[in-house]
Design a protein around this ligand. Structure first.
Ligand code: BGC
Length: 389
């Protein structure tokens, strides 16, 4: 294992527009949160008011010691109706990227993080093949404006989660439960990614790729085929679609032990997180290895983190996760950075504001920010490149 992280390693935190900005009423998620038939426990409302408070938030992240900030732009603000692009919304995100640069943070910009404009959803969402070209056009406009300022683009965040949760389990909008639709949505999302890659490369020089949700599947004896059955429709279409990309973003939160008859859940007595996941930080090392092995691409850990009530457990989690990443680097795997999810406590989709992933706590009434000890701890790792004993 190498003892320290390389000097050029990107250290940062991540957020997504809908989870922190507030007031994103023009997308499918806002509609979903307000649908009594959906599993959402509460609406996103003002969220963290990051739309207005981002300068202070970015300044705080820079003071803590980070060198990068991953945020997403909201398609429904930039293109509120088909073909109508908002210069004001684009200017907003350009300013955000400038604020990052001025503070010494490299902006990593996600073009689609789960939310889709209402007009796209009404036209068939991700089950409609024409959505790929609509996303391509939007990606071209957004990357054309933001490209000169941006360190990297992530085209689509966790397209496998969008397809699976939206079209198979019905937990995300549009709430479908149909394996054929899930397959179709995966193809449209993969097509949208490929098209966006071509457009981004036409309009700017920023490296680009997608981010994939990867569970560390661990096969019990005789369960290799079951693991393949879980992965095949979920990860494989996207591991193929990233061919020729500049990097792959890996996002991992836990492991899943799998028996021949399916996932086993956390072992009895295991520590679990506020999401109900097994506390298993080493998972990220295994998924980074697999992502690199399958694609041959450099890896950026675009999300890793934990929702816990006790912040000392967050430090323990990140410490072990970083040791796993150091193990990968020691084996020669090109890992280019680590972005903790999340900078702020935020809107955790169907779970609402309950699960606290933030390095920075947010008081939902006053919007006061309070960095937790883990924020200073990870900030100092970022500054020194060393995980302290
Ligand atoms: C998503 C985030 C989410 C996080 C924690 C990832 O799947 O990209 O939006 O908040 O996991 O659940």
């Amino acid at each position: 294992m190498v003892a320290r992280f390389p000097d050029e390693f990107l250290w940062g935190t991540a957020t997504a527009a809908h989870q922190v900005e507030g007031g994103n009423w023009n997308n499918d998620w806002w509609a979903w949160e307000h649908d009594p038939a959906s599993p959402c426990v509460e609406p996103s409302g003002d969220a963290c008011d990051h739309y207005h408070r981002h300068p202070d938030d970015i300044a705080l992240l820079a003071r803590l010691g980070f060198g990068a900030y991953r945020f997403s732009v909201e398609w429904s603000r930039i293109e509120p109706e088909e073909g109508e692009f908002s210069t004001a919304a684009l200017d907003h995100y350009v300013r955000m990227a400038e604020v990052c640069r001025e503070a010494g943070l490299a902006p990593i910009v996600t073009l689609h993080h789960f939310t889709t404009p209402r007009w796209v959803a009404a036209a068939g969402g991700w089950a409609e093949p024409a959505t790929a070209a609509r996303f391509e056009r939007f990606a071209g406009v957004a990357a054309g404006r933001l490209g000169p300022l941006v360190e990297r683009f992530c085209t689509i965040n966790e397209p496998n989660v969008v397809a699976t949760m939206g079209y198979l389990t019905g937990i995300f909008p549009p709430g479908e439960r149909d394996p054929a639709l899930r397959h179709r949505a995966s193809l449209v999302l993969a097509d949208a990614h490929r098209r966006a890659m071509v457009t981004i490369r036409e309009v700017c020089d920023a490296p680009a790729g997608l981010t994939l949700a990867m569970t560390d599947y661990q096969a019990e004896p005789g369960a290799d085929e079951t693991v393949a059955m879980l992965r095949d429709p979920d990860e494989e279409p996207f591991l193929e679609a990233v061919e020729g990309d500049d990097f792959i973003g890996v996002q991992t939160y836990t492991r899943s032990r799998v028996s021949p008859s399916g996932p086993l859940g956390p072992p009895e007595g295991a520590e679990t997180t506020l999401m109900g996941y097994e506390f298993f930080p080493e998972a990220i090392g295994n998924t980074v290895r697999r992502a690199h092995e399958v694609t041959g691409l450099p890896v950026l850990v675009t999300e890793n983190g934990v929702a816990v009530a006790d912040d000392t457990r967050r430090i323990a989690f990140v410490r072990r996760a970083l040791e796993a990443v150091l193990g990968c680097l020691g084996d020669g795997i090109p890992v280019e950075g680590y972005l903790y999810w999340s900078a702020l406590d935020n809107f955790e989709w169907t779970f609402g504001f309950g699960p606290t992933f933030g390095l920075i706590a947010v008081d939902r009434v006053t919007q006061r920010r309070a960095p937790r000890p883990s924020a200073a701890w990870l900030g100092s790792v970022a500054r020194t490149g060393v995980v302290p004993d």
